[in-house]
Write a protein that binds this ligand. Structure first.
Ligand SMILES: C[S@@+](CC[C@H](N)C(=O)[O-])C[C@H]1O[C@@H](n2cnc3c(N)ncnc32)[C@H](O)[C@@H]1O
Length: 215
């Protein structure tokens, strides 16, 4: 196993689990998960930090997560969620959002929180989202992406080269409204802001949350 894959398999899931627990993420998670219902496909389930934000109207969470360690770390959160709500089912059904082994039109919502930045083949993943959503379903997301401010965007492009291998394939420069539009979605951005204080954090902290509905 190479250095990068060892880092991604054995270290990064723990760092993600700690850093993404921050209460700063809560309104973003509430938006992405709180209006979902029925069967939800979650891209990049990681250690299950979204579980507590799903309402009772969600009865099944189908998780896509490549990192076995993240899935192992999720176990106690899944147990806790299921003891509070025994009818809730949570299952890991795949390793890559670009190839999902589910029939067409089989989920009511797809949730992605800070995952679309890391999926290598995002074009195929968005095609899968379109294929899998039932009529009336939507992709609900909270992501960080390309800043509209030229100086920050310049820093994002500069940092990209070292950031992507360190951060599990994460991209700083994805323009999600444009990418979702090009993939055939109507996009509604509910909120966008620099979600962390300070100029230094800006390349990472430009966040947007919204919904995308297949046209
Ligand atoms: C920054 S973490 C976000 C984790 C989680 N969604 C959250 O909100 O805390 C990105 C996650 O995407 C996962 N990931 C990476 N490549 C992926 C892919 N091709 N398909 C689905 N998930 C992927 C990583 O393993 C990691 O768990």
């Amino acid at each position: 196993m190479g250095l990068r894959s060892s880092w991604e398999a054995h270290v990064l899931p723990r760092i993600m689990d700690r850093s993404l627990r921050d209460p700063i993420t809560h309104p973003w998670r509430e938006f992405a998960c709180g209006q979902a219902h029925g069967e939800v496909l979650e891209l990049g389930f990681a250690a299950g930090l979204n579980l507590r934000f799903y309402p009772a109207a969600v009865h099944r969470v189908l998780a896509i997560e490549p990192a076995d360690l993240a899935w192992a770390l999720a176990e106690r959160r899944i147990d806790r969620a299921r003891s509070a709500r025994p009818a809730l089912e949570v299952a890991r059904i795949g390793l890559d959002g670009a190839r999902v082994d589910l029939p067409d039109r089989s989920v009511d919502a797809v949730v992605s929180t800070w995952t679309m930045c890391s999926i290598p083949d995002l074009t195929s993943a968005l095609a899968e989202v379109r294929r899998l959503l039932r009529p009336g379903g939507e992709l609900r997301f909270a992501e960080h992406g390309l800043s509209p401010d030229a100086d920050v965007a310049r820093r994002q492009r500069r940092y990209q080269r070292w950031w992507t291998p360190v951060a599990g394939g994460c991209h700083l420069t994805r323009d999600f409204p444009a990418l979702l539009d090009a993939a055939g979605f109507d996009v509604d951005i509910a909120h966008r802001e620099y979600a962390m204080p300070g100029n230094l954090s800006r390349p990472w902290s430009w966040m947007l949350r919204g919904t995308a509905t297949p046209r």
